[in-house]
Write a protein of this length. Structure first.
Length: 273
């Protein structure tokens, strides 16, 4: 089966299943997530938000797999490509696992899918078990800055597994004033499409957050977009970074480079100093 992947999450799942050879086309963002794809010379298409039927039609493929986020126009374009479409819309960690299971079944890789899901769940429980008796710092996670948007539901689940208390309603818009009123212990920015390039100092100044608890204690972080916003096994990498930001006393501090995972993710998380 040959697949057109319209989101990095799909390509990452294929990679973790050992099925990357099934890719017939992907997005430029998939190349960022999986640099090894650059050597394959695959046709590049736009993602689920902006793809067009005319760019999908020339690609010889059996299935198009799309995932959040969508627009009505892009969904129409995908359907016009006249190929079978699998449109994923995960909301929770359980949904992400179910998507892995579904893709694995389509590629006759069900045992690999179950093994991958089991590893992810086991890693979550290992982190959760280490914070059971710890205090629960209040954590504001931001997916976008204009307007301010809380991170998704699966991020709330990861924050809670890492021993924190998620501030606000996942996926909802908020205001600088509402965040200031909550006065969180930790502030995390992971803007969609921004990588690890969120101007922390600027947003603190522009929003008048200089006196918030998280700012005065030096606990304002940028975590790379792909670690929290991509519904794929890489969320487990995001979990480890969250654990270090929320409980550096347990998991090691990002600032000092100690603790599990920091060697992998120190370049993907920056701290407001």
């Amino acid at each position: 089966m040959k697949i057109i992947s319209l989101q990095p999450s799909v390509s990452i799942i294929l990679d973790r299943l050992g099925c990357l050879d099934s890719l017939a086309a992907c997005t430029k963002y998939c190349l960022d997530a999986l640099p090894q794809l650059r050597e394959r010379g695959l046709p590049l298409v736009h993602d689920s938000w902006s793809t067009k039927a005319e760019e999908l039609l020339p690609v010889h493929a059996d299935l198009v797999i799309a995932s959040v986020p969508y627009r009505q126009e892009s969904l129409t374009a995908i359907l016009k490509a006249a190929r079978p479409v699998l449109a994923l819309a995960p909301h929770s960690l359980a949904d992400v696992c179910q998507d892995i299971r579904l893709i694995a079944s389509l590629l006759d890789a069900a045992p690999c899918g179950e093994e991958l899901i089991a590893r992810m769940r086991a890693e979550i429980e290992v982190v959760r078990s280490r914070t059971t008796a710890a205090a629960k710092p209040r954590v504001y996670c931001e997916e976008w800055g204009k307007p301010l948007i809380h991170s998704q539901f699966w991020v709330r689940e990861l924050v809670e597994a890492a021993g924190g208390s998620f501030v606000g309603e996942p996926g909802a818009t908020t205001t600088a004033e509402a965040v200031a009123a909550a006065d969180p212990d930790v502030i995390i920015a992971a803007w969609c499409g921004a990588g690890d390039r969120v101007p922390l100092e600027r947003i603190v100044e522009q929003r008048g957050w200089q006196h918030l608890r998280a700012v005065t204690s030096g606990r304002v972080f940028c975590i790379a977009d792909e670690l929290l916003n991509t519904p794929a096994p890489t969320l487990i990498d995001g979990l480890h970074v969250l654990a270090q930001t929320i409980h550096p006393d347990i998991f090691g501090s990002i600032a000092t480079g100690s603790g599990r995972g920091i060697d992998l993710f120190s370049s993907a998380a920056s701290k407001l100093r």
